[in-house]
Design a binder for this molecule. Structure first.
Ligand SMILES: C[S@@+](CC[C@H](N)C(=O)[O-])C[C@H]1O[C@@H](n2cnc3c(N)ncnc32)[C@H](O)[C@@H]1O
Length: 470
């Protein structure tokens, strides 16, 4: 069956992100995020074409066959419901995606459903969107999506990469990803089955993306999220092996989890993964969860709450964390660039505030800033410019001549803020690229007149963080 006809039907019926959102409304959508179906069932009870598609594909409940048009019944993705009564049900989960395309995956499991099969192919979700927004928007020749799953990252890469290769260790994932691409009108993807970088041995890419099976768990039963490797070893190996597959200037963007182990700073742990890769890198920890929160999150993800084995599984997982002296688990992003330098720089930081999205619009600038701040030798001769959108905030006692604190705040990009001295603040007011930094600092020192002398090198952290551009 030609899936293009099905796509036309889905679009004509309004089975799109906006269509589903409008139809469900805020209350039902938010109830669904808590795995509560009842408000969504009420919102789609009319039996009209859009409500029927939402029930079939989004909610995964049986619908009356007579309400389902032939183009859907004959697409090969729905079957007669075993319960009889002229009902049909979807064999897969089929969701509209933010690119305007569609994503096909295995049916969602909800609390009370049979346990997930080990080869379950998970649908696109928050993590998929997180990675997609991080990836550089620079057009590239060759891109690789490692662990393509339902194929969602490829929908984002299409149009930006001339050639796309997608791999997954799970053959069923590759099969469903192909359906996603066909339904979304994406052609020419080179899909391969195999673990890690095996399917692309000896090949180079300008862009590698992966939302890997990063969940850190004992055993690793569910292929879509965990490998049963040694703790966070899968993400470590991904980082260590990626450079061998990056063309000069090529970038890799990964989501990852990492352990916080007693007596070890997470920056040293993840920094250790990057040491020796020869790549510039930027690592951001966006969230940290304690062991119990982490285990609960992933038990909920597999709809295990309320099952007889829940407490035993929870306990076993925590025991395993205890044995490894795990104090917490970090969630974040890792971006790497093969800059071809003998002096790579790695920046690791925790950013938990709201940053401007998508980060992919400016991730190249972030990597540039980190590298420039590290590598420019004679900063005194450099002509800096103050970054766009910078605010100077002063806090002081009423009537006081001098502020107690001066904060430079970015209103765009990573939206950082940093307390600075009067010299840096004055510099931000006059730095337009006309004068070299050394002479400019001398003039400012005279104007400020309080004996403060700032060496040009002291500006490196502010350059690395994008307050000043070079
Ligand atoms: C979290 S899912 C990501 C799916 C999709 N790329 C996304 O962004 O939503 C991780 C994928 O990695 C695959 N995977 C697991 N182990 C792998 C391995 N050793 N090598 C390659 N892929 C693997 C899983 O089958 C799964 O499809």
């Amino acid at each position: 069956m030609e899936l293009a006809r099905l796509r036309d039907h889905l679009l004509e019926t309004g089975y799109t992100i906006d269509g589903v959102r409008d139809r469900l409304g805020d209350v039902a959508a938010s109830a669904l995020s808590r795995e509560e179906l009842v408000p969504a069932l009420r919102a789609t009870a009319d039996g009209d074409p859009l409500g029927t598609l939402i029930r079939l594909w989004w909610l995964g409940v049986p619908v009356a066959a007579e309400r389902v048009p032939a183009v859907v019944r004959e697409c090969g993705l729905v079957s007669a419901d075993g319960g009889g009564g002229g009902m049909v049900r979807a064999d897969v989960h089929l969701q509209p995606w933010e690119t305007g395309g569609y994503v096909v995956s295995d049916r969602k499991v909800r609390p009370g459903d049979p346990a997930l099969r080990p080869g379950h192919v998970v649908g696109a979700g928050g993590a998929s969107a997180n990675l997609a927004q991080l990836v550089s928007r620079r057009p590239v020749q060759r891109a690789l999506d490692l662990g393509t799953g339902c194929g969602v990252q490829v929908l984002h890469l299409a149009g930006r990469a001339e050639e796309i290769t997608a791999t997954d260790v799970n053959p069923r994932a590759v099969e469903l990803a192909r359906l996603s691409w066909e339904l979304s009108g994406v052609t020419g993807v080179d899909a391969r089955t195999g673990s890690m970088f095996e399917p692309v041995e000896d090949e180079l890419f300008d862009l590698v993306v992966s939302n890997p099976p990063f969940v850190i768990s004992p055993g690793g039963r569910l292929t879509y999220r965990e490998t049963g490797g040694d703790g966070d070893a899968f993400c470590r190996d991904l980082v260590r092996q990626a450079p061998r597959h990056l063309a000069p200037g090529g970038q890799a963007h990964f989501l990852a989890n990492w352990l916080h182990v007693e007596g070890e700073d997470w920056r040293d742990r993840v920094g250790g993964w990057l040491a020796g890769t020869g790549c510039d890198a930027w690592v951001v920890e966006r969230d940290v969860q304690d062991p119990a929160e982490y285990v609960e999150l992933w038990l909920r993800d597999a709809a295990e709450q309320g099952t007889p084995g829940y407490a035993e599984h929870y306990d076993r997982w925590l025991t395993w964390f205890d044995e490894q002296k795990v104090e917490a688990v970090g969630f974040g992003w890792i971006s790497m660039r093969n800059s071809g330098t003998l002096d790579p720089v790695v920046r690791l930081e925790r950013l938990t505030h709201q940053v401007a999205l998508p980060v992919g619009d400016y991730v190249d600038d972030v990597l540039d800033a980190v590298a420039t701040a590290h590598r420019v030798e004679d900063l005194g001769a450099a002509r800096l410019r103050t970054a766009e959108g910078l605010l100077d905030e002063r806090i002081g006692l009423p009537g006081a001549e001098d502020p107690m604190r001066i904060v430079l705040r970015q209103t765009v990009g990573l939206r950082r803020s940093r307390e600075v001295g009067t010299v840096e603040a004055a510099l931000a007011g006059v730095c337009d690229g006309d004068l070299a930094l050394g002479p400019l600092l001398n003039v400012i020192a005279e104007l400020v007149g309080d004996g403060q002398v700032l060496q040009a090198d002291a500006l490196r952290p502010l350059i690395a963080e994008g307050y000043f551009l070079l």
